[in-house]
Design a protein around this ligand. Structure first.
Ligand code: SF4
Length: 230
């Protein structure tokens, strides 16, 4: 039987992290991490993370600011008329589903804690288990919440991160599998996450990746095997 260890190329993962740590100036990463770490309204972060599912940053931010201007304290959503909230967040898609997820998450938080910030005091591992036990919050959303809401180091695996990890040949398969196998071996998780997001948008794009400009080109399976690399 194949073990989890055999499904991951740890040497490549270590090399990837080393290359990233040597090239942090390639993208505005440090500023991003410092700015985001200072914002810690946990309820805001949870709502924003759910709004961000299946949409882009611009529409998520638009929906979030509309919601905040109507409900400065987002816990008030629990007592609001559904239709009113749906209209406010409609712009970011799936409004009915997202509203249900938001209400469910907020209810679970209030049932469990007197103050939502107590979630962070559980420690990362327990807080992760708690968050992923909430319907509509998967590993990626939980990691985002734990970083932006609690300041824990975290490794959310989105479409850019997973594409690059697969192409290089570190792990194949689902985002959940990539998260589970890679996360324990990464020393500075959020640095790797943020770098790969920028890299996926600029260089390792879904179509026509610019491999000749890529810092991972000498370790990448996709480049070695594909004629699509520019
Ligand atoms: S070499 Fe090409 S495919 Fe591989 S990670 Fe870089 S841009 Fe992506």
């Amino acid at each position: 039987m194949t073990t989890a260890k055999e499904k991951i190329n740890i040497k490549k993962l270590q090399k990837l992290e080393k290359l990233i740590s040597e090239n942090t100036d390639a993208y505005p990463i440090r500023e991003f991490i410092e700015n985001k770490k200072s914002h810690k309204n946990l309820v805001d972060i949870i709502v924003k993370t759910i709004l961000s599912q299946n949409t882009n940053d611009r529409l998520r931010d638009l929906a979030f600011s509309r919601l905040k201007s109507e409900f400065p304290n987002l816990l008030k959503i629990l007592n609001a008329e559904d239709q009113k909230v749906i209209e406010l967040i409609r712009i970011c898609g799936l409004p009915q589903i997202k509203l249900e997820r938001i209400k469910n998450a907020l209810r679970r938080i209030l049932e469990e804690f007197r103050n939502p910030d107590e979630l962070c005091k559980m420690g990362k591992e327990k807080a992760f288990l708690f968050l992923t036990s909430i319907r509509g919050i998967g590993p990626k959303s939980a990691e985002v919440i734990l970083f932006f809401g609690c300041g824990f180091d975290a490794f959310p695996v989105d479409t850019h991160v997973s594409r690059i990890i697969r192409r290089i040949g570190i792990v194949s398969g689902s985002r959940e599998k990539i998260f589970k196998l890679c996360s324990p071996h990464i020393k500075n998780k959020i640095l790797v996450h943020v770098f790969l997001i920028h890299h996926g948008k600029k260089i390792c794009t879904a179509r026509n990746p610019k491999c000749s400009l890529c810092i991972f080109k000498n370790m990448c399976n996709f480049r070695a095997e594909s004629k699509l690399c520019g």
